[in-house]
Design a protein around this ligand. Sequence first.
Ligand code: NAD
Ligand code: MG
Length: 402
Amino acid sequence: MTDTQSRQQITILGSTGSIGVNTLKVVAANPEDYEVFALSARSQVDVLFQQCMEFRPRLAVMVDAAAARELSNKLQAEGSNTRVMSGTAALQEIAAHESCDIVMAAIVGGAGLLSSLAAARAGKRILLANKEALVMAGDLFMQAVAEGGALLLPIDSEHNAIFQCLPIDSRGRFADTPEQGVEKIVLTASGGPFLGKSPDQLKQVTPAQACAHPNWAMGRKISVDSATLMNKALEFIEASILFSLPASRIEVLIHPESIVHSMVYYSDGSVLAQLGNPDMCTPIAYGLAWPQRIDSGVAALDLQGIGRLNFADVDKTCFPGLELGKQAAQNRGTAPVILNAANEAAVAAFLAGTLSFNEIPVIIGDTLNRLEVRSVSDIEEVLEADSEARKLAEKLINSRNS
Ligand code: NAD
Ligand code: MG
């Protein structure tokens, strides 16, 4: 085998985003093990062009057709061999392509559902950052992973930490038996930029303040989710699906330093936690190499320098979104789909300046109250519930403004 053939071929869905860029950093640090097969973005031509020049993928997808033409012209002018495709179906094509081994699912929001699912059905090693896909599809996603023979590795730092602390089998799965002694899992939450603020202070916050996370540099949508704690609501649902645990065995603890990424409590009094600097390159490297470990480029943890780690309960009055997530995790069916869709609509409105910060959970709660929770048996039903909830949430947002 030549050197090229022995390298793992990776597709990055959402390569121009925060997770996508970090994934390319880890790939660049391990050139003998990984090679970029395909890259994708919605419409950021310049960043994708630079990435194509540096990593020379076989394929590149720009969802936007005009952006795809522009990228193609620029690459041709440079003599590049990268073939450019456009449209959402092309995302599924690069996710399921027979020449690809690993798929980093790093598109933000429900827009990543079908391509993440395509990777599951095609039996890939899936590095799942796109938590919204799992929240929406729930057990259908896990079923697709099992039927497709895929390996699902959580990239969300909390779930990656729990994956590292649970007794996971050689196929990446956790079977909850009494002998394993797992009592509960605890997701840590930084509390975001507004930790300790009063509900009144939250009325006036701006998108720029909400996006200035104290510990993590992330995309705008997840930054707002972290500020409302809706990110933890989504992660609560994500954990219950990934590890097949009931809501009663999942807890959330505020930990402002973001050093302990999450923990597993065992029946003998042991608590296993995973610690590290808040840098997504660690979970990305873990997902790429599991069950081995590779260089992530992340600095060693300096606990003496940090000195003190703090933990506290969640303030439910200021951050009502988390309770909505817990309820949706319990109710399942279309409840998580509705919660996610309403949140996406509300965050978009907040970022566009047409909804105030403290109204985000109100819109989500109202949308959940007005729609009946149904069970789902296929992805079409998930997509229908998603579209219905988005429309209702947008209507509720507009009626608040008129
Ligand atoms: P981002 O906004 O920085 O990047 C999003 C990427 O998705 C971009 O490449 C963009 O071009 C692409 N994209 C956006 N809309 C699209 C669409 N409609 N169709 C196709 N592609 C589209 O987001 P991010 O912060 O990198 O987050 C990506 C995912 O990872 C999210 O689900 C987020 O919750 C999750 N995540 C992120 C972090 C983090 O540190 N950033 C941590 C944990 C989990
Ligand atoms: Mg997280």
